[in-house]
Design a protein around this ligand. Structure first.
Ligand code: ASP
Length: 340
């Protein structure tokens, strides 16, 4: 199956290629050398041909900024036409932000991008790095992918539905509101139901990086008045509001509600997602949620925080106004949400 495929492996950093240091694992260069030493089967002919591009300074992914997503998308878009697909090796801590962002920044690109990483570095005797990397390459070699996925442990997941749920176990990622694209056992068991919408016109010209300020605010009991104003005062164009349950917040707190209204009236796009891992936001199910909608909060339905965050970023990067962004946040652009 493999021979006719050629894959570009882009090493951005992360645990997979890290080495021990006095202060714990740290990013290291020369993944290519490490792979030759530790994973010679990559070059055995049983897998697709590959070429590695390495970041000059591999990243600890907790240091990744939005600019990183746009640079990575540009690299992929500008890569040789001869590649059938791309494996992005990435740190797990912000991997789901990057895979979500790439789904919006590479809309209509057409060639598969599989983001992977590991919980244990390849340099260690027992590790999940080799399996994940090989899984990502084999996923592309199936010829059944065309968008952005995450390959990790036993699962191939849609990139903009995935989230890291375990800090230590090897199945670290899930897509809580969508079945996996495929389960990886002795072979790849694809789920036929995961159909993507066609690439939307609005993303046909890929957004370029812009310095837009998006914030995430998790609602908690006794939230101090002024927190929301401070976020807006810091220049937020959009806020992912992580509400309770199906989309409630302390709306009996007049100060909070008034601050939310001020934010929405000032053109800040406030998108409600749920703090719960599974399920969806339905703002009119409770009066405490309707009050949010009444002041201008829009529903993020079943989007992950990562998808909502990166989608807001990409839409503002297109230069759209707040009303248009708020409208599009409620539409399914790249398979990131199920409305209704
Ligand atoms: N801290 C690491 C990173 O995100 C964790 C990992 O790669 O698993 O870069």
């Amino acid at each position: 199956m493999a021979a006719k495929h050629k894959i570009s492996i882009i090493y951005t950093g992360g645990t997979l290629g890290m080495r021990p240091s006095e202060k714990g694992y740290a990013p290291a260069r020369d993944l290519d050398g490490l792979l030759r030493e530790r994973l010679p089967e990559l070059a055995s002919g049983a897998l697709p041909e590959y070429e590695i591009t390495e970041y000059e300074e591999p990243l600890e992914s907790s240091n990744a900024t939005p600019q990183h997503w746009y640079d990575l998308a540009d690299r992929i878009r500008n890569a040789d036409d001869g590649f059938d697909g791309f494996v992005v090796v990435h740190g797990t801590d912000t991997l789901a932000y990057t895979s979500s962002a790439l789904s919006f920044l590479l809309s209509g690109f057409g060639r598969p991008v599989v983001v992977t990483g590991s919980q244990i570095p390849l340099i260690e005797v027992r590790n999940d790095a080799g399996g994940n990397l090989i899984g990502a390459m084999q996923a592309i070699a199936t010829g059944r992918l065309s968008d952005v996925s995450v390959c990790f442990g036993r699962f191939l997941l849609r990139g903009n539905r995935s989230t890291k749920v375990n800090a230590t176990e090897l199945d670290a990622f899930v897509s809580p509101n969508l079945p996996p694209v495929a389960e990886i056992g002795t072979d790849f068991q694809f789920n036929e139901l995961n159909v993507l919408p066609p690439p939307p016109e609005i993303l046909s010209a890929p957004p370029s990086y812009r310095d837009c300020n998006i914030a995430v605010l998790r609602i908690f009991p006794g939230m101090p008045e002024g927190l929301l104003d401070a976020i807006v005062g810091a220049g937020a164009a959009g806020i992912v509001l992580r509400c309770y349950g199906v989309g409630t917040a302390p709306t009996a707190d007049e100060g909070f509600l008034a601050a939310l209204q001020r934010a929405c009236e000032a053109g800040v796009v406030v998108v409600a997602v749920s703090q719960c891992l599974e399920g969806r936001v339905t703002l009119d199910r409770y009066a405490a949620g309707s009050a949010l909608a009444d002041v201008g909060v829009v529903s993020g339905y079943d989007m992950t925080t990562e998808a909502a965050f990166t989608k807001l970023h990409a839409l503002f990067a297109l230069g759209l106004d707040a009303d248009r962004v708020a409208g599009l946040m409620q539409e399914n652009l790249r398979g990131e949400l199920t409305a209704g």
